[in-house]
Ligand binder design. Structure first.
Ligand SMILES: NC(=O)C1=CN([C@@H]2O[C@H](COP(=O)(O)OP(=O)(O)OC[C@H]3O[C@@H](n4cnc5c(N)ncnc54)[C@H](O)[C@@H]3O)[C@@H](O)[C@H]2O)C=CC1
Ligand SMILES: O=C(O)CCC(=O)C(=O)O
Length: 353
């Protein structure tokens, strides 16, 4: 990868490579855009196959955070960090060393909990830096409110597609039953939805089967299920040339970041196949909305009101996409770009930064 060429093309401001020998740590903090405010984005720990895969994930995730904050109308920029490690090798020392790197950015980057980072880990990082959100004593982990936002976004998609407020009788396939996926299953079950689920963890599938009567399928069988809605709540890149031909659902509404492997190509393929796609960074904004509110002084009512807006924002995006014959992903990106551009003009920054 030509690093400077890539970041120029994607619009990143800064990439910080964090390295330590004792404790052993390799992490990448990517700051995409701070036109709207300090870069916010949680930290993911993952055993990436190589460093390029980790960098690519950090670059795409951080850019998604810029669009996410802009579409949610939150005065925050986009950033994200990845720690390259096997979850089994995670130590408190590693997390504290990582906290030092976050602290060194003096608030330009504010982080929280993504995959394989637990609320206890957030507390450990918090020992070294105050630039951490989603701390248990404040607003808590953002996953339940992210799941609520995804649920509301899914309802907006059902309303747009089938002109109904009701979900009972629908079948939803949920991929990934972690912090967000399990909470989404709860909302759907409470509204009479039939669940088909998959996770690489047999403990998690067993729990969701027992709690909500879900049907469990193998991870690679989740795409081809005869369902109304597919809800990806695990890794990104899962909507691609291999999976699109298998998908029978008419709506894709899930929490995973960066669902489209190639935004232009696969966004267009979904349109051709008549599948309504809820742009990930719009439907999964509940987390950033909640942690942003924590940062400015948490008021639960205010945060929930903003999360409720996800429903209307998505309906507006679906309508723009329909009227302008563009993909829903392009419609949401236009909304984000307009807001970022306005902020740059009012701060007298170059508009094409
Ligand atoms: N936690 C939050 O508030 C937010 C999370 N997201 C995104 O939502 C997704 C899920 O986040 P969390 O629930 O917090 O993560 P998590 O780590 O709690 O859950 C992920 C789940 O996916 C499962 N999984 C991994 N690979 C899989 C595969 N190939 N097939 C099926 N299941 C698989 C894991 O076993 C785990 O149960 C991630 O992409 C994350 O970036 C986005 C916005 C906010
Ligand atoms: O938890 C955070 O720091 C912000 C939310 C986030 O990272 C995400 O939406 O992916």
């Amino acid at each position: 990868m030509q690093l400077f060429e890539t970041v120029r093309e994607m619009g990143h401001e800064q990439i910080l490579y964090c390295h330590g020998k004792n404790p052993d740590i390799r992490a990448i903090i990517a700051i995409h855009d701070t036109s709207l405010g300090p870069a916010m984005g949680a930290t993911r720990l993952y055993p990436y196959v190589n460093e390029e895969a980790a960098l690519r994930d950090a670059l795409r995730l951080s850019r998604g955070m810029t669009y996410k904050a802009a579409c949610a109308n939150i005065p925050a920029g986009g950033g994200k960090a990845v720690i390259i490690a096997n979850p089994a090798d995670k130590t408190d020392e590693m997390l504290r060393a990582y906290g030092h790197f976050v602290e060194s950015l003096k608030g330009r980057f504010i982080t929280g909990q993504d995959m394989n980072i637990t609320p206890d880990d957030v507390r450990t990082i918090y020992q070294e830096t105050k630039y951490v959100v989603g701390v248990e004593e404040k607003s808590g982990g953002p996953a339940p409110i992210t799941a609520l936002g995804v649920f509301l976004g899914l309802k907006a998609a059902v309303k747009f597609r089938w002109q109904t407020e009701r979900l009972d009788g629908l079948k939803v396939a949920v991929q990934g039953l972690g912090n967000v996926g399990s909470n989404l299953c709860r909302h759907l079950h409470e509204h009479g939805v039939e669940l088909i689920v998959a996770d690489v963890s047999p403990e998690k599938t067993a729990e969701i089967k027992q709690r909500f009567g879900a049907t469990v399928v193998e991870p690679d069988e989740i795409y081809s299920q005869a369902v109304d809605i597919f809800a990806p709540c695990a890794m990104g890149g899962i909507i691609n040339s291999q999976t699109i031909p298998q998908i029978q659902a008419k709506i894709i509404a899930g929490a995973a970041n960066n669902q489209l492997e190639n935004e232009r190509l696969h966004g267009q393929r979904l349109v051709e196949k008549g599948i309504l796609y809820c742009p990930d960074y719009v439907i999964n904004a509940g987390g950033i909305i909640n942690v942003y509110n924590e940062m400015i002084g948490y008021e639960e009512d205010k945060a929930f009101k903003q999360v409720n807006n996800i429903y209307d924002t998505l309906l507006a995006i679906f309508n723009i996409a329909k009227q302008q014959s563009i993909t829903t992903n392009d419609a949401s990106k236009r909304l984000a770009d307009e807001r970022i551009m306005k902020a740059r003009i009012s701060k007298k920054q170059p508009v094409a930064a």
